[in-house]
Design a protein around this ligand. Structure first.
Ligand code: ASP
Length: 342
């Protein structure tokens, strides 16, 4: 007989777990143990559902690396006993947390699905029910005795994406996320249509390793026309700086003004990695296209290729926590670890 999968819901906070206070109209966290009262349909799903909640659920704008580690530790502690995990998380920084978890969980061979909603669970027009129910169904999918999804995904408004390829694109529409450079892994219509060729395939025999060190002393800088030498020099000499991400133009273009090149070289010479990520929504950094970029390639700037800013930040924090030596850092960063870049 087919075994009913055991699914663990981990509630971290965000709109999905909120209800409107009937007196004040303000949103407040509801008791997650009462989830079934709000979504009795969960009883109809063909799986066993348990839940754990952050002691104090938080708005995702307050998420930080220690919270990522808290989620990773809950998964680690319950990994043996559950077939899949669904993380309920505020949508604002969901792509960051989900990307961080993808790097944290090495050799993951079970589904870890992040979801949330734009409207609270208690709202008449809520998107929370569909997002939660389908996320649980996806986490329960098994074929040939293997989970169909063996990676960290993000499910929102009828699409499951690879989490570390996503970005929040809209503060209002139900379709709040997109994955500009990688197709959806599953599309939910009348049936769940799985895009098998794009799923990560994990060697299930390897043991799960949970990496818990993230280096927070990094910077993200977005280039803009007129960016000024004094500001750049000031920022790049921030004490204890361990890594920098530049959001550059188009296919990874930076100004070739001498002072700028010199400032970047100074940082790289101190073995502080500088990552080049495009500020375009889609497409990739290609440092061989323009002669100006060759200058930066020659001094050792790291190409982020088609990585999202969210994945670049969390990958940089993760890799800096791994004590990787400076001479292989660039090659390692430019290599896909969890399907986050081409
Ligand atoms: N501010 C909320 C959060 O990210 C928004 C949401 O849940 O969608 O926690």
């Amino acid at each position: 007989m087919k075994k009913r999968p055991n699914i663990l819901l981990i509630y971290t906070g965000g709109t999905i777990g909120m209800i409107k206070d009937s007196d004040t109209g303000a949103l407040k966290n509801f008791n997650f143990n009462e989830l079934l009262e709000y979504i009795p349909e969960l009883n109809l799903l063909d799986c066993n559902i348990s839940s754990k909640s952050f002691l104090k659920p938080i708005d995702s704008s307050n998420m930080k690396p220690s919270n990522w580690v808290e989620i990773g530790t809950i998964i680690e502690d319950n990994y043996k006993n559950y077939d899949g995990f669904v993380i309920l998380h505020g949508s604002d920084t969901m792509s960051y947390t989900a990307s961080a978890l993808s790097f944290m969980l090495e050799n993951l061979s079970k589904p870890v699905i992040f979801t949330g909603s734009q409207l609270p669970i208690g709202d008449l027009r809520t998107d929370a029910k569909e997002n939660l129910i389908t996320s649980i169904q996806i986490a329960s999918l098994v074929e040939d005795n293997q989970p169909v999804v063996q990676e960290v995904g993000l499910y929102f408004e009828y699409k499951l994406f690879r989490a570390n390829r996503t970005t929040k694109i809209n503060a209002e529409h139900f379709e709040a996320f997109d994955s500009p450079d990688y197709p959806p892994l599953i599309i939910s219509g009348v049936n769940l249509s799985v895009n098998y060729d794009f799923l990560l395939k994990t060697k299930t025999s390897k043991k799960l390793v949970v990496h818990k060190i993230f280096e927070p002393n990094i910077l993200l800088l977005k280039l803009f026309p007129g960016i000024n030498e004094k500001t750049i020099n000031h920022i790049l000499t921030t004490p204890n700086l361990k890594g920098i991400i530049f959001e550059t133009y188009g296919s990874g273009n930076l100004t070739d003004e001498k002072w700028f090149l010199k400032a970047i070289k100074k940082v790289i010479d101190k073995n502080i990695p500088v990552i080049n990520v495009t500020q375009c929504f889609g497409g990739s950094v290609d440092m061989s296209l323009y002669s100006t970029n060759k200058l930066y390639q020659n001094i050792g700037i790291v190409s982020g290729k088609d990585i999202t800013t969210e994945a670049a930040i969390t990958k940089l924090m993760f890799m800096l926590g791994q004590n990787i030596s400076a001479n292989v850092f660039k090659t390692k960063f430019e290599t896909s670890l969890r399907g986050e870049m081409k």
